[in-house]
Design a protein around this ligand. Structure first.
Ligand SMILES: *Cc1c(COP(=O)(O)O)cnc(C)c1O
Length: 357
């Protein structure tokens, strides 16, 4: 049976990226060696990381004066690395979910944190609006897509101070005006590559302004100077990232990724909104994520949730169980997700509705 991969992360990648990666594992560039067993200093790998960086800049539209880094440690390390490099005394954070909260916790190790707004009171089921970002802070930090709760901020919030954003789960799914940011980071395992590599886009002239001693490996300057090769980088995930970026470019870039994401989201949210038994967890359409689409069963059908999970699994749906803090269901629809898989999920929901309504 065909599997439809709705995993939240690590997650679906374009089939051709997986096939090309598999080929390089067996024989990299006809060298007779696996990409797993060559030096990261080999000229053929240098060409890979150079192309990955160049394509990243081209596809996202990264302006002059910014560096693109490929690091280890996940987005979770950036929760501490960003404040370590940018927080002098005080920073502002928007709390829209568990990942924001974790970023706030780490920032508090380096200075004062002003939480400008939070949606924690209602299990993070909306995006706060109408808050004020103070002008006496070093930067404003937010999470663009809340992977667990299924909310997304697609407009850069107006900020009087430099902006930092965790874009782990919606990078390359919509155009971004990078010039509005001081730093953008994310784990690559949601939309770009297998787990193991973290991307960081950083404005060069903002680095090196704090007084504290920063350990060499945690200093952005180290990796800007070293071209992400100060130490051994995650070679294989960078290779796959390069292939994914080639694929995005070939498909038509982030504009096309966005068109596909809207098409998928309209199809699935439409089915949820019009369902006799399911309902969305995010009421305001403006707050709904196109990447992680969350839904539950209406109160009167609540006890059917395990049955639907079983039914969906039997029909080839993978990874549709909601995060334990939200319950219900979550269909993660990252860039590589074909519309046919979303249609298959919708068909499956309709079949289940016919059995139970
Ligand atoms: C998955 C995720 C993270 C955590 O990423 P790691 O690479 O596992 O540290 C952080 N932020 C967001 C928005 C995520 O989706």
């Amino acid at each position: 049976m065909k599997k439809h991969n709705f995993n939240a992360g690590p997650s679906i990648l374009p089939r051709e990226v997986i096939e090309e990666t598999a080929k390089a594992v067996l024989d990299f560039n006809g060298s007779g060696l696996s990409i797993l067993e060559i030096s990261h200093r080999h000229k053929d790998f240098q060409a890979v990381i150079d192309e990955a960086e160049a394509l990243f800049k081209e596809v996202l539209g990264v302006p002059e004066g910014y560096s693109v880094l490929f690091l280890g440690g996940g987005a979770s390390l950036q929760f501490c690395m960003a404040p370590m490099n940018f927080l002098k005394t005080k920073a502002a954070y928007l709390n829209t979910g568990v990942w924001s909260k974790k970023a706030i916790k780490e920032a508090k190790n380096f200075g004062e944190v002003v939480e400008v707004a939070s949606s924690a009171d209602t299990t993070y089921n909306y995006i706060p609006r109408g808050y004020t970002i103070p002008s006496d802070v070093d930067y404003f930090h937010y999470t663009s897509n809340n992977t667990i709760y299924g909310t997304e901020i697609r407009q850069v919030p107006d900020s009087p101070v430099p902006v930092i954003c965790d874009m782990s789960s919606d990078i390359f799914s919509t155009p971004v005006d990078v010039s509005k940011y001081m730093c953008i980071y994310g784990g690559a395992q949601k939309n770009l590559a297998p787990a193991g590599v973290t991307f960081v886009v950083v404005k060069n002239d903002c680095v090196g302004k704090v007084d504290r001693v920063i350990p060499t490996m945690l200093n952005y300057q180290t990796h800007i100077d070293g071209g992400s090769m100060f130490n051994t980088p995650p070679v294989l995930p960078i290779y796959s990232a390069m292939l994914t970026l080639r694929w995005i470019k070939k498909c038509g870039g982030v504009k096309e990724m966005e068109r596909r994401a809207i098409e998928r989201a309209n199809l699935l949210y439409g089915a949820i909104d019009n369902s006799p038994i399911f309902r969305p967890t995010i009421a305001n359409p403006a707050d709904r994520s196109r990447m992680n689409i969350c839904f539950v069963m209406k109160d009167e059908y609540k006890e059917l949730e395990p049955d639907f999970l079983k039914f969906a699994t039997e029909h080839g749906m993978v990874g549709v169980k909601g995060h334990r803090s939200v319950g219900g269901f979550r269909a993660s629809c990252y860039n590589a997700m074909p519309l046919e898989s979303v249609q298959a999920l919708v068909d499956c929901m309709h079949e289940f509705e016919d059995l139970h309504k």
